[in-house]
Design a protein around this ligand. Sequence first.
Ligand code: URA
Length: 263
Amino acid sequence: MAGAAPLYRILQSQGFGSRRECRALIGAGQIRIAGDAVLDAERLYPLEGLAVNVAGIDWRCRSRVHVALHKPAGYECSRTPRDHPSVYALLPAHLVRRGVQCVGRLDQDTTGLLLFSDDGALLHRLTSPRHHVDKTYDVYCRHEVSDAMLAALRTGVVLRDDPAPVAAHACIRLDSHALRLTLDSGRYHQVKRMLAAVGNRVEALHRRAIGAYPLPDDLAPGQWRLLDDDTLDVLVQPAATMLKATASATSMPSTAADRMPPA
Ligand code: URA
């Protein structure tokens, strides 16, 4: 069978355990395909799209996996977190085990769209400074957002310890203390440092889109979703016009808005 692999190897590639553990799962009747337990670990199947049930978990096998997570506040983008739980703890063990990595990092107190993938080429495409992938943030500020601040963010600000000015690709006011910012670069704490450079301070930060792919409305904080290949193209398209033009303060996530200081 062209492109086929033994079942135990397929399960191993999907993160369900070591070679030995996968063989043991098969031997124990824990793997079902089309409703039937498969007991032959060497039996050949095509990997891509194979629908398996692994100890009660339904899974469609894929050679590469991409995941969108709605990151809640209080999670670190690290496999070895220091002060808070890891975002990897929000994913199923088999995805972590197969080696998905965060696409860039969000601060522990930042909420919103975080991607994971085990596709090195995609990780590079989305994070390399040469590719200028848009990231759109809603920013809740301590001080009022003035016209001068918006203008400075659009034309470029100089960050401390970094002489090259950085400009927002797009920047609009959402309300007196909130703005929406699209960046096509990704420096360390970039949004917080840009707001500090214009004399304001970030109280809450929420990433609402990567490229033209918005955080899905029905993905609650802490929930994740697999992305299909069509979505990958959307990730590298410029931020959709709707993100720039139809912003409204009512779209603030309650978690971030709740952390705003009282007016
Ligand atoms: N910029 C920041 O300052 N923090 C983030 O988490 C993301 C962008």
